[in-house]
Write a new protein. Structure first.
Length: 319
């Protein structure tokens, strides 16, 4: 069969012939892949930089997707850590890590949205119990996952949603998706700290897709400006596009009721992830989220990889 194949962490995948997969346990199911999302998580898998990487090559990238079984049923699946990923004509899924989709589900929309939407969905539903009326700051709201986080926070009843990011055009579009206020993260760290303090000093939850220097500046500004430092704030670390480390001042951890937690692979048990998927898939199928996705043939995987570094659209590969 044909698949995307990573032979070097320094080069994009190629379109290559690989052996057909086969089931090896009663819970295994071979499916024809209909759609597989080219998520940032997949790109870090393919360049060996993700924290779960084992440096094993060659590998077929892809961590999730939509596939059709022999009976014709559609499945959304999440793969375990494997070198036989979803960017192939066929793959082996674990029935226990998949859900059956409605017959009218849009495979492209599901493959594009489940992974980025899952980040904020799990953060607000599994890592904490978000309550309607609480307020949220989304750091990195101009990314696709951040934009979905704004929409999800609104759907879950957030009273106030402060969206922070760098892309001016995307920031301008976020109020229509649920943001009550937007903040530009352009400028020096002191300016960012001041802007965050003025606009988000009283939020209950921070969804952080950035980390690095912007997160340190935002945290400093938020704690400094917080009028009631005894009021709990939950900072949920989800992504690190601005840096894998952040110079958090120790005083910020002592000066307020600040709880920093992470949300991602490992911190959320697989059973909790699977339990949350049907409701999220139903929302996506119902068109609950504004999503800009584009389908690209798997045969064009090499060029799609380059496009993913510059486009803001969600690329979905279709074998």
């Amino acid at each position: 069969m044909k698949a995307a194949l990573v032979s070097s962490f320094d080069a994009p995948p190629s379109y290559a012939d690989v052996p057909d997969p086969s089931a090896s346990s009663p819970d295994d199911l071979v499916v024809d892949v209909i759609a597989a999302g080219l998520h940032p998580r997949v790109r870090s898998q393919a360049d060996g930089s993700h924290y779960t990487s084992t440096d094993e090559l060659p590998l077929i990238p892809g961590i999730d997707g939509v596939g059709r079984d022999a009976s014709g049923a559609l499945h959304y699946f999440v793969l375990a850590d494997t070198t036989a990923g979803s960017m192939a004509e066929r793959t082996v899924i674990d029935r226990r890590r998949s859900i059956v989709l409605a017959p009218d589900a849009d495979p492209i929309a599901v493959a594009a949205a489940m992974n980025p939407a899952m980040s904020s969905w799990l953060a607000l539903r599994s890592r904490m119990r978000f309550e309607p009326g609480q307020s949220v700051l989304v750091l990195g709201a101009t990314g696709s996952a951040g934009g979905l986080a704004v929409q999800l926070a609104k759907r879950l009843g957030a009273s106030r949603i402060v969206a922070a990011g760098r892309d001016a055009a995307k920031l301008a579009a976020l109020p229509a998706l649920g943001a009550t206020e937007v903040i530009s993260l352009d400028g020096d760290q002191a300016a960012i700290a001041d802007a965050i303090g003025r606009s988000a000093g009283e939020v209950d939850v921070v969804l952080d897709y950035l980390w690095g220097e912007p997160a340190a500046a935002a945290l400093t500004g938020l704690i400094t400006a917080r009028p009631d430092r005894g009021r709990a704030i939950t900072w949920i670390q989800i992504g690190s596009v601005a840096g894998s480390t952040a110079p958090i001042p120790s005083a910020a951890l002592r000066a307020a009721d600040l709880r920093i937690i992470g949300s991602g692979q490992g911190s959320v048990p697989p059973r909790d992830i699977l339990a949350s998927l049907p409701e999220l898939a139903s929302l996506i199928t119902a068109g609950a989220f504004d999503l800009d996705a584009v389908a690209v043939p798997l045969s064009e995987v090499t060029s799609a990889w380059s496009d993913a570094a510059t486009t803001t659209r969600r690329i979905v590969l279709t074998p």
